[in-house]
Design a protein around this ligand. Structure first.
Ligand code: SF4
Ligand code: SF4
Length: 371
């Protein structure tokens, strides 16, 4: 299977800011072009487009193309589960919305510490394994937003999964909060096939400063900014699919052109991505190096470098609206002390080789994520 997947979470709209107003005419044209070039993988979820993304699968694909000519992935919204029986009801609803008859891949959506606890409580892994046994889903797995240690725990306890879907892009690769590289290495160590989400970091890797654009343009004037990011993800070990949330035909045509005969990045091109990451990271608001000297003595067990990293990342990528960083922050602050839990003892500042005013900075982080 070709490594580019069509993510159905940022579809073109007829009415701006109305996620339900999908422009079906445009999406049909995009999906037809995608299929005509031999790409077959479509990714949706119960929650995308306020529930209408799954309906789009029916209108755009199921009603217009033979079922065996494309594959559909959907996800069980673990965050919405209140009782074990919710799973059956939601799955039935998803089959009805999509009209797909079965899902090629079915994932537990957005596992991390909290949702994993819920998945255990409601026996969600047993639920999806049973669907696989019945043949109503072909492959199972989960999408994931948390630390590599949590991923390791889940994969150790659930070796039965086929796929893990991870947030991977070149900017988050060494990020202390998102831990793309560590998560990737964990999944590889467990022998899992990897589906990549957010390879362009919600579009922020095409909104880079001029210096980064020039760096890329000097090497390959004909490559789009998105293509650098998607090529990076697609070339990683065990990555079988890279999702792109394509919002118009131009994006789709660009992606198709270089992913039709995918060639991984070479050594020099990978070095350019490192340089781009250095430039982007140097624009960071908090110059924390992630050395962790501050964390050991913190009586409030605050994940200081992780919070600073997420905060920096936010300044680079979030242009308003939904924030992935906030989602990570919420997960972290359930396991570690929240930024607002700082008691002001100052131990961290005495340990910090960068002499950062950690207490003041944590107030900023708390105001941003907890306010
Ligand atoms: S000042 Fe706050 S963050 Fe620093 S060690 Fe004390 S409690 Fe932890
Ligand atoms: S000691 Fe300073 S530079 Fe090192 S992780 Fe902590 S805040 Fe960042």
């Amino acid at each position: 299977m070709k490594k580019l997947g069509f993510g159905l979470m940022r579809l073109p709209l007829k009415v701006e800011n109305d996620p339900k107003s999908i422009d079906y005419e445009q999406v049909c044209g995009m999906a037809d072009t995608f299929l005509a070039h031999g790409f077959t993988y479509f990714d949706t979820a119960y929650m995308y487009h306020d529930g209408v993304s799954e309906t789009a699968v029916k209108k755009v694909l199921v009603d217009r193309h033979p079922r065996e000519s494309f594959s559909v992935t959907s996800k069980l919204p673990t965050m919405l589960l209140k009782a074990q029986d919710d799973q059956k009801r939601i799955f039935a609803e998803q089959l009805e919305r999509t009209g797909a008859g079965y899902f090629d891949v079915y994932l537990l959506h957005n596992l991390g510490t909290e949702n994993y606890a819920k998945a255990k409580k409601f026996k969600s892994f047993e639920f999806v394994s049973d669907l696989k046994r019945q043949g109503i889903v072909k492959k199972i797995g989960f999408s994931f937003h948390d630390r590599a240690a949590v991923l390791d725990e889940i994969l150790t306890e659930h070796p039965e999964v086929d796929y893990v879907q991870l947030q991977i892009n070149y900017l988050d690769w060494e990020d202390a909060g998102i831990q793309s590289r560590l998560c990737h290495e964990t999944a590889v160590r467990h022998g899992k096939q990897i589906i990549v989400m957010e390879p362009v970091k919600g579009g922020s890797l095409v909104r880079v400063p001029r210096s980064v654009k020039e760096l890329f343009a000097q090497a390959h004037p004909d490559w789009s900014l998105a293509s650098w990011a998607i090529r990076f993800a697609a070339g990683l070990e065990n990555v079988v699919m890279v999702l792109s949330g394509m919002s118009d035909l131009a994006q789709l045509t660009d992606n198709i052109q270089y992913m039709r005969e995918f060639r991984p990045l070479g050594k020099e091109e990978t070095e350019l991505l490192r340089e781009a990451t250095r430039i982007l990271s140097s624009a960071a608001t908090i110059p924390c190096t992630g050395c962790r000297y501050c964390t050991e003595g913190c009586p409030a067990h605050i994940a200081i470098p992780e919070y600073f990293s997420l905060f920096n990342n936010e300044q680079l990528s979030n242009k308003g609206g939904y924030s992935l960083q906030k989602q990570y922050y919420n997960t972290y602050s359930k396991k570690f002390g929240a930024a607002s839990a700082c008691i002001g003892c100052g131990k961290c500042e005495r340990a910090c080789p960068q002499h950062l005013p950690v207490r003041e900075l944590l107030k900023k982080v708390a105001a941003h994520y907890e306010g």
